[in-house]
Write a protein that binds this ligand. Structure first.
Ligand SMILES: [Mg+2]
Length: 258
């Protein structure tokens, strides 16, 4: 070891990209939020869930605690949760085209999720195919069994958070080492998201895409984060393509609410 700081692993730099696309999973790549869906249909229901989200958005509670409460209200075995989600969660209509374009144009996609990795992998494999799902870097929380049980029995699983932050998964931790690269090596960083799990990432990238009509839009306006709204990934695709092709700058693209 030399005298310099230990190198930090920056897996998205492997192909020397000029642009990196970070994205939330639930409600962003998918049309529904899988954790909300489980809570509403298998757990304590939409009313308490919406109250919990609002408490986080207005700073009354940590995401970490509100989210654990939501998931703890679900008693269904983990494999049955995944089955239910496979049947009910659908892919954003523009994501597959964007995913293929990004691959061909050396724009790595990194999924940063406040959800659980086994669910995300299972849904991506179902919606995009196994090979495509395996090719994506996913940084998220994990799942483990409760004492004396297996995850696939009633009341048998629980979330394991990625880090000690109030977010459970502080998405800024993955983005910041890229953001701090020297100017000549630093790619342009994008982020797409929809809700409270994205608050920790919102201030870290050059251009944020916030799903129209969702909580993240309110937050960006309140905190003066440069953003553009999107209806689905075809909007994101058009903007990112123009930026990559040099027809638009990321600062000019931050037009806020449409
Ligand atoms: Mg989301």
């Amino acid at each position: 070891m030399g005298s310099t700081a230990l190198p930090i692993a920056l897996p998205a730099l492997k192909t020397n990209p000029k642009f990196i696309f970070f994205t939330d999973f639930d409600g962003t790549i998918t049309q529904q939020d899988s954790n909300d869906f489980m809570t509403d249909n298998l757990g304590y229901g939409p009313e308490l869930r919406k109250q919990g989200n609002e408490d986080v958005l207005f700073g009354r509670r940590d995401f970490r605690d509100a989210f654990r409460d939501m998931l703890d209200s679900i008693d269904t075995p983990f494999d049955r949760c995944i089955d239910l989600l496979r049947r009910n969660i659908t892919l954003d209509p523009g994501f597959k085209d964007f995913f293929e374009w990004a691959r061909e144009n050396n724009v790595p996609i990194v999924v940063l999720s406040g959800g659980m990795e086994p669910i995300i992998r299972a849904l991506l494999a179902h919606m995009l195919g196994q090979e495509a799902a395996d090719s994506l870097q996913i940084v998220s929380n994990q799942v483990t069994s409760r004492e004396g049980k297996s995850i696939n029995e009633a009341g048998g699983w629980q979330i394991v958070y990625h880090d000690e932050s109030g977010f459970g998964h502080d998405k800024s931790l993955e983005i910041r080492p890229y953001a701090r690269l020297p100017a000549e090596e630093r790619p342009v960083l994008f982020y797409a998201g929809d809700g409270v799990s994205d608050l920790s990432a919102a201030k870290e990238t050059d251009l944020l895409f916030a799903k129209a009509g969702r909580d993240l839009v309110t937050y960006c306006e309140k905190e003066n984060v440069p953003f553009q709204t999107f209806e689905d990934f075809s909007d994101i695709h058009a903007t990112v393509k123009d930026i990559v092709e040099g027809k638009l700058t990321h600062t000019a693209a931050a037009t806020g609410r449409k």
